[in-house]
Design a protein around this ligand. Structure first.
Ligand SMILES: NC(=O)c1ccc[n+]([C@@H]2O[C@H](COP(=O)([O-])OP(=O)(O)OC[C@H]3O[C@@H](n4cnc5c(N)ncnc54)[C@H](OP(=O)(O)O)[C@@H]3O)[C@@H](O)[C@H]2O)c1
Length: 337
């Protein structure tokens, strides 16, 4: 057990779910503290029926902290992770800042738990759109070796944090009322619209979010020969990211085999009955920790292609659940020493 733990970014969209998960999963600890920006310092958080002050994120906040779970913007994680590690505090970080650092393992417990073994105090959790895709890829990769992936995402506004969630609700209300609304998280109105750009322009016509999906997939599988072509789209859904995924494998996998492989994989739930009108949808997956898969079918345009639809609660398995699962693995590793 870690004696004292800290939640960094405790007031954010992901931070709120981390708090819920620690309660739900009875994560073991003796003392806990909640850190956020100066703006929130002095406010209170109710956790397990008790009120706790939110403290300002400063280097000294990590004195005598054994484990921190962080979900802050990249530039904040860049600063605070070294403050913590220098003070012997292990950090599980949700931000994108450290993910591609060769000294930092990038871990999805269902896919590459072994990467955790050689950590040096800092562990990264992947981007939400990568996590659901690699969990779905894992059983197919083991059975038939994936050579290529074409993925289109349908990403919820909660992926842009508390401000993204506010934008959808307030922007929709303003649209219906015929009023003006100044969007905070999005460059264009998201109400009654979609935006085919997530992140900044990066390279060869791809955005930073899309390049993350390529590079993080390579790092997690330890295989940079898997070809990945992503298109990331923001849609007017409050929570839960969806993906339309097409994979090509070296060895053919039939739709029936894929259904069996997915169903036998811990962490995946299959809802796949087109005739009965049953498939995963964001509203139904909200609040669940699983990666949902449906619409499983063989590709009509290639020999070894397999197409399917995949939905996750991006705030849970796409972020908070993955980080808490990593923290649980660290507790197990500590107990085994
Ligand atoms: N949302 C998702 O689906 C998702 C999925 C995977 C990964 N992530 C990553 O998780 C991180 C957090 O995302 P989020 O959606 O939870 O964002 P959010 O709702 O905007 O929350 C950001 C958190 O960081 C804190 N923070 C901001 N600036 C700070 C500063 N200068 N010093 C200390 N704390 C500061 C905020 O505190 P205040 O309330 O005091 O401002 C808040 O607690 C991001 O790196 C994001 O990329 C998000």
């Amino acid at each position: 057990m870690f004696e004292t733990i800290a939640i960094v970014g405790a007031t954010g969209a992901v931070g709120r779910i981390i708090r819920q998960l620690l309660e739900e999963r009875e994560f073991p600890y003796r003392n806990i503290k909640f850190l956020a920006s100066k703006r929130s310092a002095g406010t209170t958080i109710t956790f397990k029926g008790e009120k706790f002050p939110v403290e300002e994120l400063v280097p000294e906040a990590f004195e005598n902290i054994d484990l921190a779970i962080g979900s802050t913007p990249d530039e904040v994680a860049k600063e605070f992770c070294p403050w913590a590690v220098e003070r012997d505090c292990i950090v599980v970080d949700e931000s994108g800042y450290w993910r591609m650092d060769p000294n930092v393992p990038l871990v999805v417990p269902e896919v590459n738990p072994e990467a955790l073994e050689n950590h040096r105090g800092l562990i990264s959790s992947p981007n939400c759109s990568t996590t659901q895709m690699v969990v779905a890829m894992k059983p197919l990769h083991e059975a038939g070796r994936i050579r290529r992936v074409v993925v289109s995402t349908y990403q919820a506004t909660s992926g842009a944090g508390v401000k993204g969630q506010e934008d959808l609700k307030a922007g929709t209300k303003a649209f219906l009322d015929g009023a003006d609304y100044q969007y905070q998280a999005f460059k264009y109105p998201i109400a009654f619209n979609l935006i085919p750009q997530i992140g900044s322009p990066k390279q060869d016509g791809y955005t930073s979010e899309e390049i993350k999906m390529v590079k993080e997939t390579h790092k997690i599988f330890g295989d940079d020969t898997i070809r990945v072509c992503p298109t990331c789209i923001r849609v007017p859904v409050d929570n839960c990211h969806s993906e339309s995924i097409l994979v090509e494998t070296e060895k053919k996998i039939t739709a029936r085999q894929a259904r069996e492989l997915f169903a036998a994989t811990p962490g995946i739930k299959v809802i796949d009955d087109l005739e009965g009108g049953k498939y995963p949808m964001p509203a139904q997956c909200d609040g669940d920790d699983a990666v949902f898969i449906g619409r499983i079918r063989e590709d009509l345009s290639s020999d070894n292609g397999l197409a399917f639809w995949c939905v996750i609660d991006n705030l849970r398995k796409g972020a908070a659940t993955n980080a808490v699962q990593i923290a649980e693995l660290l507790v197990k590793m500590q107990a085994a020493v």
